[in-house]
Design a protein around this ligand. Structure first.
Ligand code: AMP
Length: 125
């Protein structure tokens, strides 16, 4: 499990403070959504809480119920607004070392707009 302390200068914290530009998708009281700079699907949105949480476990264990509900409701709103509900989409959240998490501010990737293929390549033996 990730034990890194939250770094207030991570790239998503800087986006929230307006220090780095981002292509906004929509936002809410406790959450913000923007397009991934390196999109892996026709629709690739990142959803983040405004609060300082390093990953899913940190968010789920420390955020208030209001923040958690706000976050997942925004994910669902985006799915509707981006026309992802009829055809389907994928949610991914990388958590810690084995996942390859790069930015240690909790985020969910929303991927869709075309068939996405298998979730993972077969594991190497
Ligand atoms: P993860 O590996 O789950 O931590 O994913 C981090 C994601 O953040 C990657 O998909 C990057 O392309 C994306 N990313 C990094 N910097 C930016 C940025 N300035 N604006 C938008 N997306 C970014």
């Amino acid at each position: 499990m990730n034990k890194k302390p939250y770094d207030p200068n991570n790239v998503f914290a800087r986006i929230l403070r307006g220090e780095i530009p981002a292509e906004r998708v929509c936002d809410s009281k406790h959450s913000f959504a923007f397009y991934d700079i390196s999109h892996a699907a026709p629709v690739h949105v990142l959803v983040i809480p405004r609060g300082e949480y390093t990953d899913f476990h940190d968010f789920t264990s420390r955020a208030t119920n209001e923040e958690i509900i706000d976050f997942w409701k925004l994910v669902d709103t985006i799915a509707a607004e981006q026309s992802l509900l009829p055809t389907g989409f994928r949610l991914i959240s990388n958590i810690g070392h084995d996942s390859g998490q790069e930015v240690f501010h909790f985020h969910v990737h929303m991927l869709g707009g075309a068939p996405l293929g298998p979730i993972l390549a077969p594991a190497q033996k």
